[in-house]
Design a protein around this ligand. Structure first.
Ligand SMILES: [Zn+2]
Length: 354
């Protein structure tokens, strides 16, 4: 064992603390740039000029970090265009782990700027990609994908998965989806539903494995502690504990046989409009006409109009959210940055990477 002088040890520990802190601060800078309508881009609906501006910003950011960027163009709907933006940490490695986040937003007419859905996911992904660039000794490739046009039918992720060869699919060992990782009362991690999604052409190929979810649970416990770690949602009708539906970019991957995990912040303890389904993100009274704390639902279920919703509403806006929940979005974004840096730099400690 080599004994290092105390001063060197202290400066090394400072270096690691600083690297993590820099990544966290970086994520918040990206988040403001992506979602602030005054100083950044703001709403960016699929197919719009603002969505193109967002793609340009993501490409430029990846380039500045030092990645070689692949743009995957596609059309959808009535001749609209979008693209996926893809970078790799080490394309020469056999096996690949994907971290994906969609960059389009929706409900601009209702005032949503897509701060939590999904500026937060993209900002965290970019900060993680920046940190990973300094780790060049990993045994696997990490692929970061910013998906276009998720809100209009998972267009980007469907297009991406369809473009993969059998070899590429065989060598993809995990897909982690960041979609609305901040804003809600709790941060959950899900696996694919045990009943195959409709997109699974071949049900024997469908992958509902839970080991990537378990990996994120363990890593989050290690780096955030028991109080702040990711959790899994309890069972609710149609949904066994910890599983999720096909409503985001993880679905095409699960259908193609890739093990997935999906990080989502919401609140499954609320009896929302359609029950305990995670569509109410928070109990905060500002997000309800009237919230009944004793029963965790609306005071009047017939007349309630807000239902604790953040995403796809005027509340999906950094300024409004920071008034309701000081520091929450920032803390949840930086927590996920920390968790994913842990998992992606030490994946072999959490699941098989062979
Ligand atoms: Zn989303």
């Amino acid at each position: 064992m080599i004994k290092l002088p105390l001063a060197v040890l202290l400066s090394l520990s400072c270096f690691f603390a600083t690297a993590a802190t820099i990544a966290q601060q970086q994520a918040l800078t990206y988040l403001t740039k992506l979602t602030d309508s005054q100083t950044g881009i703001g709403a960016r609906e699929a197919g719009s000029k603002k969505a193109q501006d967002t793609a340009d910003y993501i490409i430029q950011t990846f380039n500045n970090i030092g990645y070689q960027v692949t743009e995957q163009h596609f059309t959808f709907g009535n001749n609209k265009t979008s693209k996926n933006i893809i970078v790799n940490s080490d394309i020469d490695k056999k096996n690949t782990i994907v971290l994906g986040a969609h960059y389009d937003s929706t409900a601009a007419k209702k005032g949503s700027l897509g701060a939590t859905d999904n500026g937060a996911g993209v900002a965290a992904m970019l900060a993680i990609a920046k940190t990973i660039k300094n780790h060049n000794n990993l045994d696997y490739n990490i692929r970061f994908i910013a998906f276009g046009a998720e809100e209009v039918g998972l267009q980007g992720s469907k297009h991406y998965v369809q473009s993969l060869s059998n070899d590429q699919l065989d060598n993809m060992i995990a897909m982690i989806n960041f979609d609305t990782i901040a804003g809600g009362d709790f941060v959950y991690v899900h696996s694919a539903h045990s009943t195959p999604y409709q997109c699974a052409k071949n049900q024997t190929n469908y992958n509902a494995d839970t080991h990537i979810r378990s990996a994120l649970l363990s890593a989050s416990k290690k780096v955030l502690g028991e109080k702040k770690q990711y959790i899994i949602h309890p069972e609710y009708p149609g949904y066994p504990a910890g599983v999720t539906g096909a409503w985001s970019d993880h679905a095409p991957f699960a259908c193609a046989g890739i093990p997935i995990a999906y990080v989502e912040s919401t609140n499954f303890t609320i009896n929302g409009k359609n029950g305990f389904d995670g569509y109410s993100q928070s109990t905060h009274p500002a997000l309800w006409d009237c919230f009944d704390e004793a029963n965790n639902t609306a005071c009047n279920r017939q007349t309630e109009s807000k239902w604790g919703n953040i995403w796809h509403t005027e509340f999906d806006n950094l300024t409004k959210l920071s008034k309701i929940f000081p520091k929450r979005v920032n803390n949840q974004v930086t927590d996920s940055v920390t968790v994913l840096i842990e998992v992606l730099t030490k994946a072999e400690q959490y699941f098989s990477v062979d």
